[in-house]
Ligand binder design. Structure first.
Ligand code: MRU
Length: 368
């Protein structure tokens, strides 16, 4: 997607040095656009756990590139397999909720195990990491095309008046390799001249909405307004939201969806106001092994300082400030689960379906 006049993806191999991974270090956005180079599996693990990159799809793609570096490192060790398995374990331990992480690491291990010699393993590791990244971008593009018809229909019903879409957190291109999940239909609709406006939840505590989604939309020229997290319900009661689209970090086979903390409350408000609530996701975000999202999805708990402090630009410098009494306790649950019954539909790369097992498996019959 566009940053200024240039097109970027969120992750790529350095052209002159293909053993180096380049990422956009999202900790500095929206104020500074900084590209970071990652040289080792350990650096990749830190980039994921400390959220230099984040978002389910991008976590998966970064882990895949991390496994490519792990393969290079393993080829220089006495025990190839031991190093590879240790690296897989390290990468899987970086963040618990987005299933794309485990999915990508396992896919890399499977691919690497299909060939016998180290030279072949190096080739297949690189090829598979590149494939996972390209596939993520393509799936998001198709999510955009499939979600477009929903926005088109609302636009028609409103006789071409502005369609107001509310989104939570950042399920934009920064959360994937390109295009995004929740934002992909928005970008498609905007490109086709449909009048849209996006309400962007700030998404405390890390403000991925205010800092990342707003930055993305601004770069693409999409009209948007940032709102405090608790505003959505009020807007819905006053007819100012036509639909909600969020992303997801893990979706069960019956359609329960884990997403950034606060998503559940938006879904409740949408239900109470008969506003369609869609979850957009690529198939890599389904966890086919589980059904009950509330009982079975591990919710990440992060450092309470993320709640107690806020970071932003002050007099031209990035500063961190304390916004709570220093001695108060704070809790920082990263995600919540929206039960399938509150979700109008799932927008996937294969099409849109209701959030229930039968309809999901109609789109993905190989998971029956
Ligand atoms: O903690 P993050 O920033 O990695 O959380 C992920 C998210 O941005 C959201 O939950 C998003 O809506 C889904 S990720 C595609």
């Amino acid at each position: 997607m566009k940053v200024g006049e240039k097109n970027y993806r969120t992750i790529w191999l350095k052209e002159e040095e293909p053993k180096v991974i380049c990422i956009i270090d999202q900790r500095h956005l929206p104020h500074h656009f900084i590209i970071e180079e990652l040289h080792t599996t350990n650096e990749v693990a830190v980039a994921i756990s400390d959220m230099h990159i984040r978002g389910a799809g991008l976590i998966g793609a970064t882990a895949a590139y991390g496994m490519y570096l792990a393969t290079i490192e393993a080829s220089e060790k006495k025990s190839f397999e031991e190093h590879l398995q240790q690296s897989a374990k390290l990468l899987k331990s970086t963040r618990p909720t987005a299933v794309n992480l485990e999915w990508a690491v396992n896919r890399m291990l499977d691919a690497i195990s299909t060939v016998q010699f180290v030279d072949e393993k190096l080739i297949i590791a690189k090829k598979t990491a590149l494939f996972i990244a390209d596939e993520d971008a393509n799936h998001c593009k198709n999510i955009g095309l499939n979600g477009l018809s929903i926005i088109e229909e609302i636009s028609k019903k409103k006789n071409g008046e502005i369609v107001n879409i509310l989104t939570h957190c950042n399920a934009g291109w920064l959360a994937f390799v390109d295009h995004g999940s929740a934002t992909a239909p928005i970008y498609e609709a905007f490109a086709r001249g449909i009048k849209i406006h996006v309400w962007v939840d700030e998404t405390r505590p890390r403000n991925q909405g205010a800092s990342l989604t707003a930055w993305e939309l601004l770069n693409q020229g999409v009209p948007h307004t940032i709102i405090a997290d608790n505003t959505g319900g009020h807007l819905m009661q006053h007819g100012m939201v036509d639909m909600v689209i969020t992303g997801a970090d893990r979706v069960t086979r019956i359609g329960d969806a884990a997403n950034k903390i606060g998503t559940y409350l938006k879904a409740l408000a949408a239900k109470d106001n008969q506003i369609p609530f869609y979850v957009a996701l690529p198939s890599s975000t389904f966890d086919w092994k589980i059904s009950d999202g509330i009982k079975q999805i591990q919710i990440e708990e992060r450092n309470s300082d993320e709640v107690k402090y806020m970071t932003g630009l002050c007099d031209g410098e990035i500063k961190k400030i304390l916004v709570t009494p220093e001695k108060s306790n704070a809790a920082n649950y990263g995600f919540d689960v929206t039960p399938a019954r509150l979700i109008t539909g799932l927008i996937t790369e294969r099409g849109v379906c209701k959030a229930n097992e039968k309809e999901i498996l109609n789109l993905f019959p190989e998971q029956k």
